[in-house]
Design a protein around this ligand. Structure first.
Ligand code: GLC
Length: 425
């Protein structure tokens, strides 16, 4: 293991350097080369990171993100502000129909929660900007409530929508898709990063088949709901949206704004969480909305139940078991599962920003595991740099380098000098 003695100032400076380097003028890219556009939840974390040294820049990130909102309320998972041939699939393949060339799917709704954290850093400076963003967040959350519920649990319609691209949770439903007929294509991701750390070709074929399906029906949600064979009710989508609703409630009360449907939406999603509880697994799980089958997978998203403030039931015992198997952070997939691969993206690696969300919930619930998770994420980053994700067994960095969200959560949460939000213990 590397020397973990820490020079906090040097790490803080490096994180700031990465955020400035990945700034494209009002929006950030996750990392140059591999991800040269604006991604939705990456941007929300970035806003919090920027706000640590430049509050105005933090708000700007959220404003640019929300300016890409579609007329139906959806906020796309990628906005292609400036076309870059080093990424595939680009705007022509997606055929998004919003004000900015974009993808046609969304991503976990953490932006309202990050906006609250940014607001809390300086309510006086943020009030007007938050007021302007508020109705946009409501419209986005309404889109999820209108189009993405199954038994009151929030669904994704493409693996990229959950932000957990190749998680074993999707193996079953993806296997049912026959991707023959998609046009030949050339991946660009494996030119940037070791292919053993990326999704496999069989997955990619299906990702593209699903994109084509959305593109062919003009991303009409009513139509897609009828024809899309991939529809998974998922703890990532569900818990982040529920938490986002709660933070909008708080902001609405704080700013004297009309909270409209939020109390009903919160009650609805609290009830819907029950339909994600897999009693046999002892954890919240993904449920296939088409077949009713469980994924039977303990992912790191299961541990967002505290963040969403739903009843954790027996989750703490499962958390203790999976944590006893790894050295760093929370593994994205159960280390005891045969599908666990410690370096392959969402099939095992630990992700610093997921660790932050999980720890926020644990801290708020008054549980000691939150501080322990932060300490292990600190060791992870201090010893291995600002990688996209890490091997949870060894801490080895994986995926892209100089990653925006890893730098952002360092500055906003992990760094011993971070001005963490009010939730922090
Ligand atoms: C990958 C990740 C996703 C992230 C994106 C940009 O697709 O799985 O969560 O938003 O890269 O970093």
């Amino acid at each position: 293991m590397k020397d973990l003695s820490m020079d906090v100032d040097a790490l803080d400076a490096e994180a700031e350097r990465i955020l400035r380097m990945n700034d494209r003028g009002g929006y950030s890219v996750p990392t140059a080369g591999l991800y040269p556009y604006q991604w939705n939840w990456d941007s929300a974390f970035a806003a919090y990171g920027y706000a640590m040294f430049d509050l105005d820049r933090g708000w700007r990130e959220l404003e640019v993100l929300m300016a890409g909102q579609w007329p139906d309320g959806m906020v796309p998972h990628i906005q292609f502000h400036k076309v870059d041939p080093s990424y595939f699939p680009g705007p022509d393949i997606w055929g998004g129909v919003g004000p900015v060339p974009s993808s046609g799917i969304s991503q976990p709704a953490i932006a309202a929660t990050m906006a609250r954290l940014v607001y809390e850093l300086d309510p006086g400076a943020g009030a007007e900007r938050m007021r302007a963003l508020y109705p946009k967040f409501i419209a986005w959350h309404r889109w999820f409530m209108e189009w993405r519920l199954d038994r009151d649990a929030v669904c994704l319609t493409h693996p990229w929508e959950a932000g957990r691209d190749n998680a074993p949770d999707w193996d079953g439903p993806l296997a049912r898709i026959d991707p023959s007929g998609i046009a030949p294509y050339e991946r660009r991701d494996t030119g940037h990063v070791d292919p053993s750390m990326r999704p496999k070709k069989a997955d990619y074929d299906r990702y593209l088949w699903l994109v084509k399906q959305g593109h062919d029906c003009g991303w009409d949600q009513a139509h897609l709901r009828d024809v899309n064979p991939f529809r998974m009710a998922d703890p990532t989508m569900h818990f982040t949206l529920l938490r986002g609703h709660r933070d909008l409630m708080w902001l609405g009360a704080e700013l004297g704004l009309d909270t409209g449907p939020l109390p009903d939406w919160i009650a609805q999603l609290e009830a819907g969480a029950e339909t994600l509880w897999n009693a046999q697994l002892g954890a919240y799980d993904c449920r296939d909305a088409v077949t009713g089958d469980w994924a039977d997978a303990v992912s790191n998203a299961a541990f967002l139940c505290w963040y969403a403030r739903v009843d954790p039931k027996t989750t703490a015992a499962v958390y203790a078991r999976v944590q006893s198997k790894v050295q760093f952070g929370v593994a994205s997939h159960d280390p005891d599962s045969p599908a666990f691969e410690p370096k392959r993206y969402w099939r095992g690696p630990t992700w610093a920003m997921m660790n932050m969300l999980i720890a926020m919930g644990l801290d708020e619930a008054g549980r000691p595991e939150g501080a322990a998770l932060r300490a292990s994420t600190v060791r992870l980053i201090a010893g291995n740099g600002f990688a996209e994700y890490f091997d949870p067994l060894t801490g080895a960095p994986a995926g892209g380098k100089d990653f925006t969200w890893t730098a952002a959560i360092w500055l906003g949460w992990a760094s011993p000098k971070a001005r963490r939000g009010r939730w922090a213990a």
